[in-house]
Ligand binder design. Structure first.
Ligand code: FES
Length: 129
């Protein structure tokens, strides 16, 4: 009985994995001693999620709930593949250090349909670094 249950669970996991869309996220860094990296990102995942899963430093003082601006970054390519920006996100971007037209918040930067590329600002200026 337990064996059959495990087989069913494994097949369900495989089915989920095969329907999940995976894209490429290229991350560049302002900090000169960091090299660019390309990582997989699943549909519905945020840049902050991928950074945390891979030990990449991206500040997130509010815990990723669009309540600060510390996860601010720039989208260099593929903005059209991300979820639309909300009014709340725009408000927090206005408070970020050096906001630009391609600014987004890493926790709100959620992929939907394609590959994209970001630039993570220098994180060394944040308190507690
Ligand atoms: S972690 Fe605070 S807005 Fe993204």
């Amino acid at each position: 009985m337990l064996f059959l249950c495990l087989i069913k669970q494994k097949r369900h996991f495989v089915d989920l994995y095969t329907i999940m869309k995976i894209f490429n996220l290229t991350i560049n860094f302002e900090e000169k001693d960091h090299s660019s990296i390309v990582l997989p990102i699943a549909e519905g995942e945020s840049v902050l999620d991928v950074c945390m899963e891979n030990g990449i430093e991206l500040q997130h003082n509010c815990g990723g709930v669009c309540g600060c601006s510390t996860c601010h970054l720039y989208v260099n390519k593929g903005m059209e593949f991300l979820q639309d920006i909300s009014d709340k996100e725009e408000d927090f971007i206005d408070r970020a250090v050096n906001p630009r037209i391609n600014s987004r918040l890493g926790c709100q930067c959620i992929t939907t349909t394609g590959d994209f590329e970001v630039l993570i600002p220098d994180q060394s200026g944040f308190m507690g670094h």
